[in-house]
Write a protein that binds this ligand. Structure first.
Ligand SMILES: Nc1ncnc2c1ncn2[C@@H]1O[C@H](COP(=O)(O)OP(=O)(O)O)[C@@H](O)[C@H]1O
Ligand SMILES: [Mg+2]
Length: 304
């Protein structure tokens, strides 16, 4: 009998379109290998669909809020059917950049200096505070978003305008800007899968640089780094994966500046289209797209 996999994709986050793409491509690949696949939105019908379809595993292809941050995982726990990627707690910690960076710091993983800006506070001293703690330029970013949505590099002149344009977040992160190279590492369970370097043609690795092929971001794999450095960054990614308590596949985003790695964040549900970074890293390490997906399905049954 064909194995049944239910893929959940779409959702209401700002990364909905990327998630739909991840869902479609994973479905297409699984169908090629004789799996019976159904795709569902994470909506009111989910429970009915699960009861009727009876999947042996649920592939969580959601990205961003309500899909990658512990919310859907809490619901999935109630069905007693294995679901892919990280569990409730690890997902919610990893999605929260403030919390996860505090954990990185406690565990001696280098991360850019930062503070949280709350819109309730008076901001008259903001420039002073930045000059003292971080120095311009700084990076302003939401605490729990992905795909570079609403990430901005700011200087003294435009920071208030930018902060004002995203004030629906209530609070945001202000981080020191780290120049240099952009390196991302994929972890698969307890092993270091590999790394890739991104060279965006744009000012930084923003939404367009990530998803619009016309933006022409260069993907460099294998990464041109001495073996020792490469092992160091992969070791940091594995450490982050472990201390946050992640499952399955994760992707950690680093900057490399003046010989020092800075961990920006760990992603518990990295993009899984055929052109996404984790499948690309896997492919270069002799793991085909289907092998990667099948490993993720198998790993789903592990207790989280
Ligand atoms: N502190 C920083 N210094 C330099 N560039 C940064 C910094 N933070 C973010 N960026 C740029 O913005 C991109 C997205 O930031 P990231 O923290 O990974 O958030 P997201 O969850 O949206 O991917 C990074 O890949 C990088 O290009
Ligand atoms: Mg990122």
């Amino acid at each position: 009998m064909k194995k049944k996999v239910l893929i959940i994709s779409g959702g209401i986050s700002k990364e909905r379109l990327i998630s739909l793409d991840t869902g479609l491509q994973v479905a297409k690949e699984l169908k090629k290998y004789k799996y019976k696949v159904k795709i569902s939105e994470p909506n009111i019908n989910l429970s009915k669909i699960i009861k009727k379809f009876k999947p042996y595993v649920i592939f969580n292809a959601l990205h961003g809020q309500f899909g990658e941050d512990g919310y859907i995982q809490t619901i999935l726990e109630t069905y007693k059917i294995p679901y892919t990627h990280s569990g409730v707690i690890a997902s919610s910690i990893a999605m929260d950049k403030e919390l996860s960076k505090k954990i990185f710091i406690k565990n001696k993983i280098n991360t850019p200096k930062f503070f949280i800006y709350s819109y309730d506070e008076t901001n008259s001293n903001l420039i002073k505070k930045i000059n003292k703690k971080l120095k311009f330029p700084v990076v302003v970013k939401p605490i729990n978003e992905g795909s570079s949505v609403n990430v901005f590099i700011c200087n003294k002149k435009n920071i208030f305008k930018i902060l004002n344009s995203i004030k629906n977040y209530k609070k945001v992160m202000i981080e020191e800007f780290i120049g240099g190279r952009e390196i991302q590492v994929a972890i698969m369970g307890n092993s270091k899968l590999g790394a890739i370097e991104l060279k965006p043609k744009r000012k930084f690795y923003d939404y367009q640089a990530k998803y619009n092929i016309k933006a022409k971001t260069q993907h460099i794999i294998p990464v041109n780094l001495p073996k020792k450095k490469l092992n160091q960054v992969m070791g940091l990614a594995l450490k982050a994966h472990r201390i946050i308590g992640c499952n399955g596949v994760t992707r950690s985003d680093f900057k490399l500046h003046k010989g020092k790695f800075y961990l920006l964040e760990i992603n518990t549900q990295p993009g899984m289209t055929k052109l996404s970074l984790v499948p690309e890293i896997a492919y270069h390490n002799n793991i085909s797209f289907i092998k990667l997906i099948e490993w993720i399905l198998k790993d789903a049954s592990k207790e989280k």
